[in-house]
Design a binder for this molecule. Sequence first.
Ligand SMILES: Cc1cc2nc3c(=O)[nH]c(=O)nc-3n(C[C@H](O)[C@H](O)[C@H](O)COP(=O)(O)OP(=O)(O)OC[C@H]3O[C@@H](n4cnc5c(N)ncnc54)[C@H](O)[C@@H]3O)c2cc1C
Length: 375
Amino acid sequence: MLSYWEQKNFLNYDLVVVGSGFTGLSTAIHFKKSNPKSSVLILERGVFPTGASTKNAGFACFGSLTEILDDFWSMSHEEVVQLVEKRYSGLQQIRKQFGDKSLRYQHRNGYEILDEENLKALDQLKEINRMLKKIFKDDVFSVVKRPGKFGFSDQVKGVVKNRFEGELDPAAYLEALWQKASKLGIRILTGVSVVEIDHEEGRVLAENRDKNADFEFKAGKIAVCTNAFTKKIWPESPLEPGRGLILLSKPLGFDLAWKGAFHMDKGYVYFREIDGRLLLGGARNKDFEKERTTEFSVNPSIREHLDRLAKEVIFPFREFEWEMEWTGIMAFGPKKSPIIEPIGRKSAAAVRLGGMGVAIGWQVGKELAGLLSEM
Ligand SMILES: Cc1cc2nc3c(=O)[nH]c(=O)nc-3n(C[C@H](O)[C@H](O)[C@H](O)COP(=O)(O)OP(=O)(O)OC[C@H]3O[C@@H](n4cnc5c(N)ncnc54)[C@H](O)[C@@H]3O)c2cc1C
C-alpha cells in the first residue's frame, strides 16, 4: 500500500531503464547528458547487477586470431572488420571517459595459445593484419618467437601476440558508471524486478524481492537493458542465454612466466593473472546445450575441462588450488551484433551483447539513448 507522497514523488519518470549492467547504466547516463532536465530511474532486480557485467573476466579485448577467422563462417569480411572496429573504439572511449586508473586498466597485451589443430591459423595471420590495418594503422597480431618461455605444456605449439589488448576490473568499471550516474542525479533502485511492460503506454510493473509489494511506474520512455533475461519482458526478442563459468585460484605462491590476457580455442577459453592468482574461464562450447540457460549454477563437465586445462596446459609443472568459482549469463543470437531497436511506441531495447560487453556496452548505451531521444 503506497502513501500519497510515494505515489506523487516516486512513480513518474521521463525515462525508466530496466537493468543496471554496463548497458543500462550507459544508456541512462547518455540520455541524461543529452536531456539534462529529464528524470531518469534505473530498476535492477539484484542488489548488485546480476547478469554478466560484474561476473566477467575483465578482458578489454576485441577478438583473437582464431575467433576472427571463425567469424568468417557466419559474417562477411566487411561485417567482421566493422565488429572489431566497434569493439576497439568502444574500449578507447571508456578509457578516455573514465581513465585507466578508475577502470584499473592495465595494458599487458593479449595473447592466444594455439594447439596443433589451431596452428594453421598462422597461415592467415598476415591477411588478417592487412584487413585490420585501416583500424589500427599497424600490425595487430604477431607470432611470439619463443613460445616455450611461457612455461606452458608442449601441447602449446604456437603463441600469437596482440599488442592492442588489455585487462580491467569490471566492478571498478561499474563503480565508475555508478559514480557518473549519481553525479547526474540518476536514481537507481535495486531489489526490484520488472515483471511486465506496456510498451505502447509506458507502464512498468515491478515487484520487490519478497514479492509482497507491486509498483506501477509511469515512464515517458522505457529502455530495456536486461540482456540474457529479456524474454520475460519482451518474449519475441531474438536471443538466447549462454552461461559462462570462471574459476579463480588461491594465491599461486610462485612467479609467473607470463602476464596479459590469454585466449584459447577460438576465444571460448580465456585466462589471466589477477592479484597473484589464476583466473580461468569459458569453455561454453564444450556443452552448448546445457549452457543455454539463465540458471547461475556450475556445469561439472565444464569445470573439469577447465581444471584439466589449468593443470595440464597452463601450469603443467606446478601445484595450486582453486578458491572460488562463479557463473554469469550472456546473451547470443544468430549474429554477433547487439540488438538496438524500438519495441513499442514508448520503449526500445539494447540487448544481446555476447562476450564483448566490456568493449561495447558504453557505445551501445549511447546508441539506445539516441534512439529513445528521437522517439
Ligand atoms: C563469465 C563471463 C565472462 C565474460 N568475459 C568478458 C570479457 O572478458 N570481456 C568482455 O568484453 N565481456 C565479457 N563478458 C560479457 C560481458 O560481461 C557482457 O556482454 C556485458 O556485461 C553485458 O552487459 P549488459 O548490461 O548488457 O547485461 P547484464 O550485465 O547482464 O545486465 C543486465 C541486468 O538486468 C538485470 N535484470 C534482468 N532482468 C530484470 C528484470 N526483469 N527487472 C530488473 N532487472 C533485471 C540483471 O539483474 C542485470 O543486472 C563475459 C561474460 C561472462 C558471463
